[in-house]
Design a protein around this ligand. Structure first.
Ligand code: ADP
Ligand code: 5GP
Length: 189
């Protein structure tokens, strides 16, 4: 595969990763989001081919067999997410920088695969309580799903030191500014 640069964002769900990534995408025109495949159902306004490629469990398994994924994980019980080789090739072919929003294990794997071509950033909420409040405030998940996501956060937080950078998302504007500084330095390399 042709090698360009990539920026990886991972965080416990609810930390504000999507919010930060959206801000960056609107600031840096050469950034393009890698649309993952998932076996979960769309929620809210999500659209196929925009937010994710929504696949059935069977279609997802088929792609695994075809070696279509650079990495994939069963992030939540029975729900799989994966980075498509074709997505990365499409974005690099245009000369763009790929932005990833992947789970913590996916982020660690992508960094291991792409080494110096990759900058991995872990986004952290100021506390687990703030994380829970943000998930409740987002209003997209059931109480049960929220508790599952919060329960997973402890494990995910224990992996933060395996990332190149950790950004605490307390005041959003500050977190965005810090992230922009990290990325600007990385792109100069
Ligand atoms: P993630 O992608 O990490 O799951 P989101 O970007 O969806 O998280 O953010 C979760 C919720 O928290 C959203 O409702 C978002 O508007 C809110 N949020 C994001 N950043 C902050 C912040 N710094 N302070 C308060 N709320 C925030
Ligand atoms: P959500 O269901 O909230 O959209 O995403 C759940 C989790 O799956 C998030 O932590 C998100 O980062 C992760 N995720 C999304 N796409 C991928 C992917 O391609 N690979 C991996 N490993 N995780 C992903």
């Amino acid at each position: 595969m042709q090698n360009g640069k990539l920026i990886i964002f991972s965080a416990p769900s609810g930390s504000g990763k999507t919010t930060i990534v959206k801000r960056l995408l609107s600031t840096f025109p050469q950034f393009e989001f890698s649309i993952s495949a998932t076996s979960r159902q769309p929620r809210g306004e999500e659209r196929d081919g925009v937010d994710y490629f929504f696949l059935s469990a069977e279609e997802f398994r088929q792609k695994v067999t075809e070696n279509a994924f650079v990495e994939w994980e069963e992030v939540y019980n029975g729900t799989c997410y994966g980075t498509l080789r074709s997505e990365m090739e499409r974005i690099w072919a245009k000369g763009n920088v790929i932005i990833f929003d992947v789970d913590v294990m996916g982020g660690i794997n992508l960094k291991r695969i792409f080494g110096e071509h990759a900058c991995s950033i872990f986004i952290k909420a100021p506390s687990v309580e703030a994380l829970r409040e943000r998930l409740i405030g987002r209003g997209t998940d059931s109480a049960e799903t929220i508790e599952k996501r919060v329960a997973k956060a402890e494990f995910e937080l224990s992996k933060a030191s395996e990332f190149d950078f950790v950004v605490v998302n307390d005041i959003l504007d500050n977190a965005v500014a810090e992230t922009e500084k990290i990325i600007t330095e990385f792109l100069k390399r």
